[in-house]
Design a binder for this molecule. Sequence first.
Ligand code: 4AD
Ligand code: MG
Length: 434
Amino acid sequence: MQDLFYIKDVSRCVGKEVELRGWVYHRRRKGAVSFLVIRDGTGSGYIQCVFVRGELSDEQFEITDRVPLESSVLVRGVVREDRRAPGGYEILGSQIELIQEACDYPITPKEHGVSFLLDRRHLWIRSKRQRAILTVRNELLKAIRDFYDQHDFVLVDTPILTATFAESEVELFETEYFDLGKVFLTQTGQLYLEAAIFAFNKVYNLGPTFRAEKSKTRRHLTEFWMNEAEMAFYDNEMNMDLQEEFVEYIVQRTLERCRGELELLGREIAPVENVRRPFYRIEYSRAIEILREKNFDIEWGDELGGDEETAISMSFDKPVFIMNYPRGIKAFYMKLNPEDPRTVLNADLLAPEGYGEIIGGSQREDDYDCLIERISEFGLPVQPYRWYLDLRRYGSVPHSGYGIGIERTVAWICGIKHVREAIPFPRTIRRIRP
Ligand code: 4AD
Ligand code: MG
């Protein structure tokens, strides 16, 4: 197979003739010279091609002069180093072929509204900012996988269709499943990861999860990606220690590899560099005090909504764990806090700068009888949880785990407001296309 030329390899091709395949990003003419900036999606992705009238046929020169933006082209030419060229290299073009002429590309350099752009998300992802965000996402996902590989975790893929739910009954997408009745799109793979620790000790998953959340906030998608980890013999302290190490690693690794992208996005770098252990740890009760000092109308026992999370997260210059929530507002599987059974052994990790919750985690109830009680405390039927209860009958151990939302973490690292730009094709209550 013939090796294709990619812009990311341009520094190795100085003085050589190459065939560049890509899309026209920018076009301009100065007298007898045409400049086309071509992008091919690789590396930093853009290179200037220079065409001089007389050095290629008139017909070809005319193409360089009128080819519409986003048309696909093939350019032959010689690579040269040029300090003045954006990126430091350019191609002296000797030939151009129009692969397909793009007519009236709808996204132009003028300002467009977000809803106009989201309707054209299939085209919008080509733009510089969107490419930068999705590059950060790609590097973040690589860092996540590398962390688990380096810490002896085994990847266990958890199912998407499930008859057992774990988070919230009101946020389920349901579907009829042949003769077997109602099933749901998964909200979490946690219960299955709990089964898998008995096979592999430390496990993780990475995949899409679904929540029919009515919330129309900048933090909520109906389909989002989550990475979850579950560890045998970990209590909630160890769980938080691991999360600190994990978050520091994935954030610093992504920063190291994506500094250019973050700069392009206008992200202030210092707060990202500051994401180093130790993070802050406060009790839920303390969080309520802080909020009341800030004049929030909130009582012990209430949930922390978006505004509350923002306020707390603004009060700390690094991520902060909020520990030991009231048992009634968290999931049934969390272990009761032996020191105060009104609360559970859990922690949510809030990212700073107003971003709010990125991780939910807890120690799990590992006692058979207590778990049955907790299931009925939440008014849930026991039958669908029979298999899950088995895990408390055959070699139960203390164990803990957590789940991190990928889009919220990408949005935080990139310094963008809304999670909808942190996923290639966002799904929200109002949006299922493209
Ligand atoms: O806090 P959650 O609901 O925790 C769980 O699902 C646990 N079973 C995880 C575990 O212990 N294995 O969700 C985890 C994270 C949140 O902290 C948030 O970052 C993200 O998932 N998340 C969402 N992200 C985007 N849109 C939504 N609607 C989200 N709901 C949760
Ligand atoms: Mg949560």
